[in-house]
Design a protein around this ligand. Sequence first.
Ligand code: PMP
Length: 354
Amino acid sequence: MKKHNFSAGPCILPKEVIIKASEAVMDFNGSGLSLIEISHRSKDFVAVMENARSLALELLDLKDKGYKALFLQGGASLEFLRVANNLMETKAGYLNTGTWSDKAIKEAKLYGEVVEVGSSKDENYKYIPKGYAVPKGLDYLHITSNNTIYGTQFKKFPVTDAPLVCDMSSDIFSRQLDFSKFDLIYAGAQKNMGPAGATLVVVKEEILGKVSRTIPSMLDYQVHISKDSMFNTPSVFAVYTSMLTLEWLKKLGGIAAIEEINEKKARLLYSEIDLNPVFKGYANTEDRSIMNATFNLTNESLKSTFESLLKEAGINGLNGHRSVGGYRASMYNALSLESVGVLVDVMSEMERKG
Ligand code: PMP
């Protein structure tokens, strides 16, 4: 039976990527050796790393604009502190739009003063703060473009004279933006790129090297840049699989093409949420994410009926995060419009039953 994977991450990847990645585990480039048993310094793997880094910049339209792409380890959670360690001299601004920003703030406080420029904590992060004033004199401003748990997403980005740092873990490569507005972007691979284990960091080189502290080598972006993202053994499987996904995206027509599909999926699901009295959306309408749609049943007694219908339809990974409850449909790049259609059919059936 076909499965429809709405998991929030790790999550669905393109079928052809999973096939090619598993072939490489058995026999990499016809070498008779597995991708995971060869040296990361071998010619073939160095080419993979270079290709992955180059494709990331190309898809974001950041080639030849002073940016470097790195594939690091430690997840987005390590970037919470690596960002602060590399960029914070005295004071940084943070927009608090959920658990992940909150965690980033906690780490940044180890290195200096954090100004919470805006927060939506008062309503359990169901909206994106607006109308805030960004103070002058910040070392950087940090935002989380898509809030995976609550299903909110920045549509407009703050204007600041400080470097803009963005955690794009759950919406990178999903929509067209002027990426050159950001000075540092980071994203765990395990949503729109590949398996867990690699983190993509895209950084404008000119913002680095400005803090007075000594940065430990593994935390230093400049060290990783100088070693072409091979300072230590990279997560070869995650980098290879990410490269395959980026190739898949390029072949499809890049971010412009996937954005069109992502918008169709989101429109289909949100219109069902809005028109069907059995369901109610969680996030404020204007801030809704096209990647993660959060919603609840209006009548909790329908829970077991809904969940058994989901199971019968092969729908997987729809449970909401424990801090929000209800349901969350994650519609990452590799999820088809057809899968969203299957979910919407189950939801309409609930209306007929309800
Ligand atoms: N930021 C965001 C927006 C996330 O969704 C997540 C994880 N889902 C993280 C950070 C943490 O990522 P990791 O588990 O790779 O540290």
